[in-house]
Design a protein around this ligand. Structure first.
Ligand code: HEM
Length: 537
């Protein structure tokens, strides 16, 4: 029984790791020559009729729950045919066994998970998700924000782990400055500087065979931490310095971020005693989060002081923090925004980079194409990057998109339905958690021509050397879609492009070890030492 409950946590964890996005609520009703409201009413009426004629939810196919254990047993390693460690495989197996829609129910005390593999239906779900889409989220963070530190987070607790009007209000306050192109552009030079320091550190880490160390993923992690410090806290945290003292602030930040990555999974997957009393793991989690809040408060306080004394970070475009502090006149909003960006902006990007580098190192011909493009765009490797230069790196961008399609870093996205919804001909009740498994749909021949082939050219326009073929826009959505779409996507793209451009213009990456398997640890990424050989070109 205890194990069954822990399996139940896997499902909760699973559904909290899938993400989604999606504005565009303007549904195309077709052309009308009379009153548009009449057309709307007609369409609403026919939607109601479709819903009432739909097949019942009970008819959705899926593994049959067995008494007492429900469906939780199916996630047990060995006795079930789905392995906990390979969540991606569960998504594939459900599709293979049941087709375009499958229900995983009987999950003991938690809503069913409904896997949808039909890209047209996924598109409909996103486009109709309403103004406050609900993404099931990390229960430990929800408790931390809404119970443990309610005193601090109050009525506007941020966007991550927050829903409904509170989410909408917060997002509407910070979305514009975060997504504004002028804000993002402003960070090009500072992030380039961070990346140059990172590459210098990589050089120092090379062994006598010019190979990077076993734990190179930790170094990538530090780079992404340093980038997010620059964006969300207006500071250089110092995480890339060699020989950090264990009690130095950067080392403590590195440890706290690593802890967040490794142990939150344990907290949410194992029996959730922490919901009822403070277990040692929970206490450590809370202390860790408090530490992050303190760090954010310290740097936002410093930014406010700088602004009061009239000395800003630069004379040009204000920084993200400066924009938010000025428009909100409220340090707390800026602090909570920074905390949210840090919480989700470190692991996503570092795991994505691990995956992209592994694919580049193991596909030398394609890596060579990226390098050729970079030589064309940057004949002098020392040329500082600019946005127009980055915009010419079409093949590099296509390569990133193709990695996301084939090895979806965030394995999928999800929404808790806010009202009864018609999906694949079934009436799906409000409250069900719908999963959009991009790890599967991005690889379906139905939506992507020659899906099994890794081919960045599919993302290019014909005049850029692109190849024609099917590519359903809702099959591979790395950043989700809509009102809840990834808030940091522009920074993520910028950070990845800067790193790859600087690295591959100057170095060749090789991998001379046993091929690595991909696994879902926290995100979907190669599971093993990334001992790349890094050779100066
Ligand atoms: C390659 C790296 C990244 C990937 C693949 C990624 C993917 C995603 C996805 C799929 C979602 C869910 C969207 C939805 O529910 O529709 C999301 C949400 C979010 N992401 Fe990212 N992300 C990445 C990097 C970042 C970075 C660097 C930041 C911060 C600077 C960030 C900040 C956020 C925030 C704040 C949300 C929550 C948005 C909300 O619920 O309103 N992400 N991300």
């Amino acid at each position: 029984m205890k194990s069954a409950k822990s399996v139940n946590r896997v499902c909760e964890f699973l559904s909290s790791r899938v993400s989604a996005s999606g504005p565009v609520w303007s549904i195309q009703i077709g052309s009308y020559s009379t009153c548009p409201h009449a057309a709307n009413a007609l369409s609403a009426e026919s939607a109601m009729e479709e819903l009432s004629n739909a097949l019942p939810y009970s008819a959705v196919p899926g593994p049959k729950p067995i008494p007492i254990l429900g469906n939780a047993w199916r996630l047990f390693p060995v006795i079930g045919h789905y392995a906990i460690s390979d969540v991606a495989k569960i998504s594939y197996q459900l599709y293979e066994e049941y087709g375009r829609i499958a229900k995983l129910g009987g999950l003991m005390g938690r809503p069913d998970l409904l896997f949808v593999y039909d890209a047209d239906e996924i598109e409909k779900c996103y486009r109709n998700e309403g103004v406050t889409p609900f993404r099931p989220s990390m229960p430990s963070l929800v408790k931390y924000k809404s119970v443990v530190r309610k005193d601090f987070f109050g009525e506007l607790p941020g966007v991550v782990g927050v829903h409904g009007e509170q989410w909408r209000e917060f997002r509407s306050r910070v979305q514009k400055p975060i997504l504004q192109l002028s804000t993002v552009r402003r960070y090009l030079a500072p992030l380039e500087e961070v990346t140059e320091d990172f590459l210098e550190r990589c050089q120092q880490l090379l062994d006598e065979n010019s190979e990077l160390p076993d734990d190179f993923d930790n170094e990538i992690h530090k780079w992404s931490l340093e980038c997010i410090g620059r964006v969300a806290l207006d500071t250089r945290l110092g995480c890339l310095e060699p020989n950090l003292a264990p009690d130095s602030e950067p080392q403590q930040i590195i440890d706290a971020a690593k802890y967040a990555l490794r142990n939150v999974a344990t907290l949410e997957l194992k029996a959730p005693y922490w919901r009822y009393f403070p277990t040692p793991l929970w206490t450590r989690y809370v202390n860790n989060m408090n530490f992050f809040v303190d760090v954010c408060m310290k740097y936002i306080g410093a930014a406010t002081q700088r602004m009061k004394s009239g000395s800003r970070t630069t004379n040009g475009e204000p920084s993200l923090l400066e924009k938010v502090i000025t428009s909100e006149k409220n340090e707390k909003i800026a602090t909570i925004m920074a905390l949210d960006l840090i919480l989700v902006g470190i692991d996503t990007i570092s795991m994505a980079v691990c995956s992209i580098l592994y694919q580049l190192a193991t596909r030398p011909e394609l890596q060579h194409k990226v390098h050729e493009e970079l030589v064309r765009v940057l004949p002098d490797p020392k040329t500082p990057l600019t946005i127009p230069l980055l915009d010419q790196m079409h093949y590099l961008r296509a390569f990133i998109k193709e990695v996301f399609r084939t090895y979806s870093t965030v394995i999928g996205n999800g929404r808790t339905l806010q009202e009864d919804t018609l999906i694949c001909g079934y009436r799906i009740p409000k409250g069900i958690q719908v999963v959009f498994p991009t790890i599967v749909t991005g690889n379906m021949e139905e939506y992507v021509t020659d899906a099994a082939t890794f081919r960045p050219e599919r993302w290019l326009k014909p005049n850029q050397g692109g190849v024609e073929g099917k590519l359903h826009p809702f099959a591979s959505l790395p950043y989700g879609y809509g009102a809840r779409m990834c808030l940091g996507r522009r920074f993520a793209d910028l950070e990845m492009q800067i790193l790859l451009a600087k690295l591959l213009r100057n170095y060749k990456l090789e991998f001379h070890h046993e091929p690595l398997k991909y696994a879902v640890t926290f995100m979907y990424a190669p599971d093993g030492p990334l001992k790349f050989k890094m050779l100066k070109i």
